[in-house]
Design a binder for this molecule. Sequence first.
Ligand code: GDP
Length: 357
Amino acid sequence: MKVVLIGVGQAGGKVTQSLAQFDYDMGFDAVRGALAVNTARADLQNLDIDTALIGQDRVKGHGVGGDNELGAQIMQENATEVLDELDGRITTEAEAIVVVAGLGGGTGSGGAPMLARELKRIYEKPVYVLGILPGRDEGGLYQANAGRSLKTAAREADSLLLVDNDAWRGSGDSVAAGFERVNDAISQRVGLLFASGEAVEGVGESVVDSSEIINTLRGGGIASIGYASAEAGEDASENVNTITSVTRKALLTSMSLPNAVKADSALLVVAGDPERLSRKGVERARRWVEDQTGSMEVRGGDFPLGSDKVASLIVLSGIERSERVDEFMERATEAANSQGGTTDPDEFTNDQLDGLF
Ligand code: GDP
């Protein structure tokens, strides 16, 4: 799937760069453009991708602190400028636009849902938000901001792909090392997803194509992604169990939003050397995902890669009714209340956004 990426805020810019780098290093060429937008000049200076500094008249390049309403407002005031920056990049070949942001901060938290809305007004293509949830040990303001941003992004975007900052962090990681590890994990998983939708010459018909990714996400709401791999035997018939066990591992232990398995739809991409991929294993794994998710809409396909491993990449869509999301929203609401805010995250509605900004 050919995509254009727009990172908003610090985390958004870093993850966008990391995704663009992975795609380039792997030679996939699925990322057709990458732009980082921020209100803080310093956060843009460390990036190698194209950048746009917005809101200088308001915050003089110093960022918005944790004020996500100001982040949304600045994005709205500068939407035309950002869209102009993007104009040359979003060509007809791009199949989706992905806005990337940390939901707990200010610029990305407020700016990403707003930008998604503006993009949807203009482009016919799907607009996705890749949103990062603050870890459990981050402060109340982050949780409260993320609660409001999550609700708004899920509504404005065609799908909100959520990554919980606690999902892939090592237990002994410092904050910085934790971010690095999570960013690497995001770029590998999401980078493979984009690449898996690219046509591969000379390979059979079970290869995934972009429309399957788009159709999996079509129901909207919240989505997650997971991945696991293992060494494979040289012969396909040896790998029936390997494929089912990496699929189990991906779904049960590696999702970007852990413990949210019930889904409206799903996509299972099995990657590996075509000679080593067992049809029986792939079909068995797909049926297992159907059972676990309770979804009758589990798409599947292969992603041929020259590798001696096999890997399962899983996307779940429509997971917003999961306990995990409820639990996060409770955390966010509690944090919002103890911030002295009036904001039940549920109240951050479209009308308010319209009226407020
Ligand atoms: P903004 O610049 O105002 O949009 O704020 P940030 O991007 O710094 O957003 C803060 C949120 O993003 C917090 O929840 C952080 O935990 C998270 N965050 C910041 N930097 C990174 C990063 O490099 N990787 C990841 N995964 N999360 C980050």
